[in-house]
Design a protein around this ligand. Structure first.
Ligand code: ZN
Length: 259
């Protein structure tokens, strides 16, 4: 049995990331992959990039990683200011070699990965946002009611399973279309069926938005995915955000509410 832990949307929250990594290690899981948005919003971009580079088998590029490396696309003013502050932190590291290694790491982040996880038979498509607009498109739970054409087009791009992040809301989309939050699945677990399509959102490590402030990630087994929530010291991250002028206070406040 070789499970893979899938993490996403760390958003420079090192406190949450370290807690999640410790939880993964305590379960004896050796393989971790990351669906993007390592940075942006949070106070610890350098540490988070270094940890992900060290611990993850592969990582995707999210819209916030893209914004720091290139330029923000359709960001609100607070998010844009956070992206520019984040870029300044990378540039301010006096260690030239560390600076170069981080930019090289950010530059090789992948837009999409298709892989069959160890001992599984189902190929999985991994993107940050959606299969048709991999970096920027959101697949919202409400889309199953209000955007059925969009959902149909998205499911046409998927062979069996897809894994995504980006909305910071964990759960499973089926091609009915329907959406199941983890707590509506028995034991927070979704079992795969051979001839069925599903899109699995693993939620966010560093900035959950489903009104549950605990860090979210998922564990992929050959036949099922298990959603995990972990408590971490929110005040540590929020206090650091509040102390940084270029990070809007709301970015710290929202962590307590998970929204
Ligand atoms: Zn994100």
């Amino acid at each position: 049995m070789t499970p893979t832990a899938v993490i996403s949307d760390i958003h420079a929250n090192a406190e949450a990331l370290r807690t999640v990594l410790a939880d993964i290690e305590s379960r004896g899981i050796k393989r971790i992959v990351n669906l993007g948005d390592i940075i942006g919003y949070g106070p610890d971009p350098l540490e988070c990039v270094d940890l992900v580079a060290e611990k993850c088998a592969w990582s995707l590029i999210g819209n916030h990683d893209f914004a720091v490396l290139y330029e923000p696309t359709n960001f609100n003013p607070g998010a844009e200011q956070a992206a520019f502050w984040t870029r300044d932190q990378f540039n301010a590291d006096p260690d030239e070699k560390a600076r170069r290694i981080r930019y090289e790491f950010l530059g090789q982040l992948r837009v999409r990965v298709v892989e069959t996880f160890p001992e599984s038979e189902l190929p999985v498509l991994a993107v940050h946002g959606s299969p048709r607009r991999p970096i920027n498109e959101y697949i919202f739970p409400d889309d199953v009611m209000t955007a059925t054409d969009k959902m149909k087009q998205i499911f046409e791009r998927i062979e069996n399973l897809a894994i995504v992040g980006h909305t910071h809301v964990p759960g499973v989309f089926t091609d009915e279309p329907d959406f199941y939050p983890p707590e509506e699945l028995g034991s927070m677990t979704y079992s795969f069926e051979k001839d069925e399509k599903a899109i699995i959102n693993v939620g966010s490590v560093g900035q959950p938005r489903d009104h549950d402030p605990r860090a979210s990630y998922a564990i992929f087994h050959p036949d099922r995915v298990e959603f995990i929530r972990v408590e971490y010291d929110i005040a540590k991250t929020a206090d650091r955000i509040h102390a940084i002028e270029n990070l809007n206070d709301w970015l710290g406040d929202r962590l307590y509410e998970g929204r």
